[in-house]
Design a protein around this ligand. Structure first.
Ligand code: SF4
Length: 264
């Protein structure tokens, strides 16, 4: 996950104010992924890697109506599961993992979803981010699952600058006031998804603009999104090299011409 240079880390007071405002705007934020129980939540989150929640919800609606337990999912099998999730990126691998994790849940946990990070991360296709979402949403743990939106917002604002998701997660755990930890990741995801967008952050309507440390705020909807500079400079840089390479040849040609003239 690449990011531009982050601003200075915000103070605790500013971080507290940010969450006061995000909480006031959305007191009870929810995940936008549809699920029926902890098992379907694990499956939905595992399917959502590199896919949109909307796309996952479309696929899981008919899937969860026939397979909402590890037993039913394992009985469905990889091939039939694949038919339900073909519209989701990396579906082959995801189908394999969902069937494998369903079998593991049946064999090792009596069909229940475990509550600890260590146990969750042992399930096929479940990494730290998925484990954090499941712990938070299904079991009420104050975990923060850093996805692409949270990573961007945390770096841009200066809330928790970090080079990778784990650094950002640990930074957020330190700076987010205890009272807001439970819902912090939902507030940040929603803020990143709908306001602090990747290409063009909508700073002109952002509730935390005066607290945010981002230097390049977009303060009007009319301002175009910043695009990468064209690579014209590269061409100029390579041109002298060619000239240098051509020089010895030119000199050699001149020398030969001179010799021929003398010989005549
Ligand atoms: S001011 Fe702009 S960059 Fe800062 S959080 Fe709001 S939308 Fe994002």
């Amino acid at each position: 996950m690449a990011t531009t240079k982050s601003p200075k880390q915000l103070t605790r007071a500013k971080a507290g104010e940010i969450f006061e405002r995000l909480a006031a705007a959305e007191p009870a934020p929810q995940t936008e992924l549809h699920y029926k129980n902890p098992f379907t939540l694990v499956v939905a989150v595992a399917l959502s890697a590199q896919a949109t929640d909307e796309g996952v919800n479309k696929a899981t609606k008919p899937l969860f109506s026939i397979a909402d337990t590890p037993e039913k999912m394992a009985a469905l099998g990889e091939k039939k599961l694949g038919d339900y999730i073909k519209t989701i990126g990396l579906w082959r691998n995801k189908a394999k993992n969902v069937i494998a994790l369903s079998k593991m849940l049946i064999e090792d946990y009596g069909g229940a979803v475990p509550e600890t990070r260590d146990e969750l991360e042992k399930l096929p296709g479940v990494g730290r981010k998925t484990a954090n979402v499941v712990m938070n949403v299904a079991f009420g743990a104050p975990t923060i699952a850093v996805d692409t939106h949270i990573f961007r917002v945390s770096n841009r604002t200066g809330l928790a600058p970090g080079k990778n998701p784990l650094e950002v997660e640990l930074g957020l755990e330190k700076i987010v006031p205890q009272a807001f930890l439970q819902h912090a990741h939902h507030w940040l995801i929603l803020h990143g998804r709908y306001v602090c967008k990747a290409r063009k952050p909508e700073c002109w309507r952002c509730a935390i603009a005066d607290l945010c440390g981002f230097k390049d705020k977009v303060l009007s909807p009319d301002r175009p999104a910043k695009t990468a500079k064209k690579k014209t400079a590269t061409k100029k840089k390579t041109a002298p090299k060619k000239r240098l390479a051509a020089k010895p040849k030119l000199r050699a040609a001149k020398k030969t011409a001179k010799k021929k003239a003398i010989a005549k």
